[in-house]
Ligand binder design. Structure first.
Ligand SMILES: *Cc1c(COP(=O)(O)O)cnc(C)c1O
Length: 419
């Protein structure tokens, strides 16, 4: 029995698994209280893009703490939010001119859903209220975000609270069934929006599909006047090889969700970017048509200052170059493991690599994730398999020696399972 009152997320305390205490971090390294140096191979759950405690981001946070800590954001504003919003509009695809702030990936997704429904409602088209999603998707853990995500053990107990959505199949090798399902669902006329993780489905098992498919899904929605919501909470900020995954398909969504890497992974902050069409449907002299959403810490100034520093890093440093170089190195790592007969479905999307472990005994499946996780921690590498899917997505500053440690940990982990 642990003496800590802390209740951890996605953690079964009853198993008595050790919970490492981290004292500080720098770059790709976590320093634990018991003196270990652990490679953060999953960017602290997909958020840390440029590395931990990035000097420019930490400096911006310190400077902002001298000026303004927090401010009501309903009808008031501050410089970090204004600078950040302008920076985002400049950096993101043309046509996304309006920036709404919130605090997490889940909330920026819920804001997106509310924007889509609010737009049709304000136009008197409130029959359009259905949401379409892609099979295996993950959009967060609040009630609304769970409702639009894949159903399973993660949310079975809360099913009575979840609303109904339409689901199109994941575009596997043959995408036509996905197109047909989307086309048919859109044709009914009751759909407000289709929400999708572009190119890479994260929590659903690091599943990838090509840019051409994403472009076609966007085209189908556009033909039917269905809003296209891109959830780039995980894929944004370079993870898939480009600033946004949508860029690779040459599309601009109607609504764009960004969080995780928005502050370089240093502070909780999220934004939902919207097109003129969506903003204009809420713009009126009628107060009943305003956008009804807020949380206490909307656009917290210190978090905004951290995000401004992230944008400056993207503008002034060769982040794309780092991403290209890291992608190539991860590609070779994956290739060397792919020759093993216990490695199946090797896949890469930019700076994310993944494979599935072939396990003869399917009943054993549930156990291999935690066994591998323990093994990786024994090797001082933070990797957290999703079921039998092993993946890595390190910060872009990772050094070759640490990439080699990830490769060794993966290989020895597979050997351990076979022994
Ligand atoms: C992590 C994630 C979310 C939820 O973000 P939180 O900040 O954890 O609420 C939403 N969508 C996607 C695609 C994610 O990967």
């Amino acid at each position: 029995m642990s003496s800590s009152p802390v209740w951890h997320p996605f953690h079964q305390h009853g198993l008595g698994e050790p919970i490492p205490l981290v004292e500080r971090a720098e770059g790709t390294t976590l320093y634990t209280a018991d003196g270990r140096r652990v490679v953060d191979a999953i960017s602290s759950w997909w958020v840390t893009t440029h590395g931990h405690n990035h000097p420019r981001i930490m400096k911006a946070i310190r400077a902002q703490t001298e000026k303004l800590d927090q401010l009501i954001f309903a009808g008031w504003t501050h410089e970090p939010a204004e600078t950040l919003a302008r920076g985002l509009v400049d950096m993101m695809p043309d046509g996304l001119g309006h920036v709404f702030f919130s605090d997490s990936g889940s909330t920026c997704v819920e804001v997106a859903l509310k924007m889509a429904l609010g737009t049709f409602y304000n136009r008197g088209e409130d029959k359009r209220s259905r949401i379409l999603v892609m099979e295996h998707s993950y959009h967060g853990d609040t009630i609304g975000a769970m409702s639009i995500g894949a159903r399973g053990v993660f949310n079975r107990a809360y099913a009575p609270l979840l609303f109904d959505v339409g689901t199109v199949p994941f575009p596997a090798a043959e995408p036509q069934p996905t197109y047909d399902a989307l086309e048919a669902a859109c044709a009914v006329g009751d759909v407000a929006a289709f929400i999708v993780e572009p190119l890479l489905l994260g929590a659903g098992g690091m599943l990838t599909y090509p840019p051409a498919v994403l472009a076609e899904l966007h085209a189908i929605c556009a033909r039917h006047g269905v809003f296209f919501i891109a959830d780039e909470v995980m894929t944004g900020w370079g993870r898939t090889g480009t600033l946004l995954a949508c860029e690779q398909a040459g599309i601009t969504p109607d609504i764009l969700c960004l969080a995780k890497g928005l502050t370089g992974g240093s502070m909780p902050l999220a934004v939902t970017l919207a097109s003129d069409e969506i903003y204009d449907a809420h713009y009126s002299t009628d107060r009943a048509k305003m956008f009804f959403h807020s949380s206490s810490y909307t656009a917290n100034p210190i978090a905004c200052a951290a995000a401004c520093a992230n944008l400056a890093i993207w503008r002034e440093e060769d982040v794309p170059g780092r991403i290209v170089s890291l992608s190539a190195k991860l590609g070779s790592l994956l290739e060397s493991l792919s020759t093993r007969d216990d490695v199946t479905n090797p896949r890469q999307c930019g700076t994310m690599i993944a494979f599935d472990v072939a396990v003869p005994d399917q009943g054993y499946l549930a156990e291999i994730g935690p066994r591998l996780r323990d093994h990786f921690y024994g090797q001082d590498v933070l990797l957290r398999p999703l079921g039998n899917t092993v993946y890595a997505m390190p910060p872009y500053c990772i050094e070759d020696a640490d990439i080699a440690r990830i490769a060794d940990a993966m290989a020895s982990g597979l050997d351990m399972l076979r022994a």
